[in-house]
Ligand binder design. Structure first.
Ligand SMILES: NC(=O)c1ccc[n+]([C@@H]2O[C@H](COP(=O)([O-])OP(=O)(O)OC[C@H]3O[C@@H](n4cnc5c(N)ncnc54)[C@H](OP(=O)(O)O)[C@@H]3O)[C@@H](O)[C@H]2O)c1
Length: 292
């Protein structure tokens, strides 16, 4: 099995590569088809996914069986001022990979986001619920999803949320740093979602990839919370004695509008390979235990 990982220097990609190389994930064994693969690792310097011809040529030369697209323009606020760059990576990049996969008969696992939803709601969004992104990031990611559906017949679109991992910068690491540096901080309490450990996401991506259960998946940690509740739990798990206070989105304005409620229901996982995502508190606890 030849597996191409794009955006290979990123947080999720590094977790997936670790799991493929060792043959198991933090939460269990990998499917037998995914053991001892040839891993093709590409970040922008090896394969710029915005370059259509380069994608085509790479796929013809290397003939991957599966492409896992972890490359993205993930700076949510930066997308508001760099719309074209965000569109090129999140939408056109996804299109180029979808066409290249189709050309060689490869499967495409394309990672997307809860920010494709409006954020207006009080119960978790299922895969079939209508999308209505409010930010440039969400809009460009949705455009990428549409290209994937349009140009690739063997696709898995995997929407995740509030991702953190051992590699790269993320909310958990920022909170730990700020908690230690400042001793007190305010965190928004009026946006709710599902914190997701990259190890759990990697496990499920590698579980669905060898199957033919194509379609759109939600893949997030079980349970939901606000960023404030998430930050409190991070301090508790990290043993940091910082004061965390709730604040509103209005009190902490950002360039990009975030969904107030973007909790996801993992219905496709339940209907196919099984939903073994851990509760967000358990996955967070494991994250700190495994770091020691
Ligand atoms: N992080 C989250 O909270 C979150 C939440 C929901 C969904 N997601 C989705 O999950 C996926 C993985 O996210 P992540 O946090 O692991 O991302 P990440 O750490 O930002 O990694 C993305 C990688 O893609 C690379 N890249 C950017 N432009 C590229 C291009 N034109 N060609 C090839 N590679 C390029 C980046 O390189 P540079 O660093 O050099 O730009 C980076 O190494 C993304 O699809 C993201 O939208 C993330």
């Amino acid at each position: 099995m030849r597996i191409l990982i794009t955006g290979s220097n990123g947080m999720l990609a590094k977790q997936i590569i670790t799991d493929l190389e060792r043959g198991y994930s933090e939460i269990g064994p990998l499917p037998s088809e995914m053991l001892h693969p040839q891993i093709l690792k590409c970040d922008v310097e090896d394969l710029d996914i915005t370059d259509n011809n380069a994608c085509r040529a790479y796929f013809i030369e290397h003939m991957p069986d599966i492409c896992i697209n972890c490359a993205a323009y993930t700076n949510v606020d930066g997308c508001e001022t760099n719309q074209l760059d965000a569109f090129k990576v999140n939408a056109m990049g996804a299109r180029n990979l979808a066409r290249a996969c189709e050309l060689v008969g490869a499967k495409l696992v394309h990672v997307s986001t809860d920010y494709v939803f409006s954020g207006e709601g009080t119960t978790p969004f299922c895969e079939y619920d209508p999308v209505a992104p409010k930010s440039v990031y969400g809009k460009t990611k949705l455009a990428g999803e549409k290209f994937v559906e349009q140009f690739c017949s063997k696709f898995f679109i995997v929407r995740t949320a509030w991702l953190y991992g051992y590699e790269g910068n993320n909310f958990v690491k920022t909170m730990v740093r700020l908690g230690k540096e400042r001793g007190s901080l305010s965190v928004v309490d009026d946006q709710r979602g599902n914190p997701t450990n990259a190890a759990d996401l990697s496990h499920h991506i590698l579980s669905i990839a060898p199957t033919c259960e194509y379609g759109v998946y939600h893949c997030t940690g079980k349970g939901e919370c606000s960023w404030y509740e998430f930050a409190k739990e991070i301090m508790a798990c990290a043993g940091i004695d910082a004061i965390v206070s709730p604040c509103t989105t209005e009190e902490f304005p950002r360039p990009a509008k975030r969904p107030a409620y973007s909790s996801l229901e993992n219905m496709m996982l339940q209907a196919t390979v099984g939903d073994n995502m851990r509760h967000w508190k358990d996955a967070l606890k494991a994250y700190f235990e495994n770091q020691k």
